[in-house]
Design a protein around this ligand. Structure first.
Ligand SMILES: Nc1ncnc2c1ncn2[C@@H]1O[C@H](COP(=O)(O)OP(=O)(O)O)[C@@H](O)[C@H]1O
Ligand SMILES: [Mg+2]
Length: 393
């Protein structure tokens, strides 16, 4: 053991590992200039005219939704303060705080740090919040991150109350602006009253990062987190290549960090391709599980249909998959979703990066779509999907 512990004194390859942590927010988000400008423009009335705005940010995992909102919120609060405007930015992750009451107590705690976690109803907490906002004479920029989770478990009533917060009393007019963040487009999850508080045009969608963009992001992070020369030349591109399947910057950064840990553990002074491959193997299960967990039941059923259909074929047609989907729905006692919805599921799987599609010509009859699953071992995927579906039921 002593020899191992003495190994602690081998030179550290990390210059600053915290730059790779999930909660590190870069000063500037690369490749998101247009989206950032859009966000600033949508919230301009808050600064200029004291009006409130509600908006929605969407995108798959690792597209920079949280980072964008946090960078914006922090900078906005600072600039507001310089202009003598009391603006308070509050960020709540609704996946970590799974009920309306937990979300509300986190918000109230911004003003009252010792506010208890239990003992108050949601409505009481809303009133307490109103009182605090009035007392401080401030504006709130409230970010509800992963809000689809809250809506799925509790409906949209809290979102509604918060978006209408302004109208309750005249002195609160324009005092709360909401930024909702979600992987899914939540418009079809909201009731019409809530829907009417968020304009459709107030949506910012963050697309998946391309390989080229991930490459740039990783190069920059590598520079901040490791000593010069530690990360071998071809590594950023290799990581980008792997993560491009998902377009996910979080996964790319995780690969870089895990690769670094593996290299360091071996006493290597450099991170090479072998370390990245080992990092990929080590994180593979996590990444697929994380992506699957964010899917709805019928999304999983569709995926299972593809996975079973591919058992004997390299490619299958979407029509064949639909038949199998219907059989699977019967098996699990679920009513199959309509054709258009089924198509949305297929497209979502393509969008996330689980499924690859190609168009095949049928001669005079136009084209048909053939799909396959890229890069995931089918047998274990089928098993994992079946288990997850059973757990949901
Ligand atoms: N454009 C970008 N430039 C630099 N880093 C980024 C960018 N987009 C995302 N990241 C980093 O990638 C990780 C995942 O981003 P995050 O905002 O958590 O994604 P999301 O909330 O969409 O899942 C974070 O560490 C974040 O700092
Ligand atoms: Mg996020």
């Amino acid at each position: 053991m002593k020899a191992l512990i003495q190994g602690f004194s081998t030179p550290d390859i990390f210059k600053d590992q915290s730059k790779l942590s999930f909660d590190y927010i870069p000063d500037e988000l690369m490749y998101r200039e247009d989206e950032a400008r859009n966000l600033v423009n949508l919230l301009r009335p808050v600064m200029k005219k004291g009006l409130s705005q509600n908006l929605l940010i969407t995108g798959t995992v690792g597209t920079g939704k949280t980072a964008l909102a946090k960078r914006f919120g922090t900078d906005f609060q600072e600039i507001a303060a310089e202009r003598k405007l009391n603006l308070q930015y509050i960020h709540v992750n609704c996946r970590q705080r799974r009920s309306e009451s937990q979300v509300m107590s986190k918000i109230v705690r911004h003003f009252q740090p010792h506010f208890p976690d239990r003992g108050f109803t949601v409505n009481e907490m809303l009133r307490i919040l109103m009182r605090d906002v009035k007392k401080q004479n401030c504006k709130l920029l409230l970010v509800l991150d992963e809000v689809d989770e809250l809506i799925r478990t509790s409906g949209s009533s809290l979102v509604y109350s918060l978006s209408r917060f302004n109208e309750e009393e005249i002195y609160l007019k324009g005092s709360v602006s909401l930024i909702l963040i979600s992987q899914k487009n939540i418009y079809d999850m909201l009731d019409s009253a809530t829907l009417s508080t968020i304009k459709r045009s107030n949506r910012i969608h963050l697309g998946k990062y391309s390989k080229r963009q991930l490459w740039g992001i990783i190069e920059k992070r590598a520079e901040m987190a490791f000593y010069q020369g530690v990360v071998e030349m071809e590594i950023p591109e290799l990581i980008a290549e792997i993560a491009a399947q998902w377009g996910d910057a979080r996964y790319a950064i995780e690969l870089l960090e895990t690769g670094g840990m593996i290299a360091q553990g071996e006493g290597s002074k450099y991170i090479n391709a072998e370390h990245v491959r080992a990092a990929r193997a080590a994180t593979y299960q996590n990444i697929t599980t994380e992506k699957l967990e964010s899917m709805s039941l019928h999304q999983l059923l569709t995926f299972l249909a593809i996975s079973r259909a591919l058992n004997k074929n390299a490619y299958v047609s979407t029509g064949d998959v639909e038949n199998i989907y219907q059989i699977i729905c019967e098996e699990y006692g679920e009513r199959p979703r309509k054709y258009t919805q089924y198509w949305k599921y297929i497209n979502k799987l393509i969008d996330i990066g689980f499924v690859d599609a190609r168009s095949v010509s049928k001669g005079m009859h136009g084209t048909t779509r053939h799909i396959t699953i890229s890069d995931v071992p089918l047998f274990s995927l089928t098993k994992q999907l079946e288990k997850m579906i059973e757990n949901r039921k």
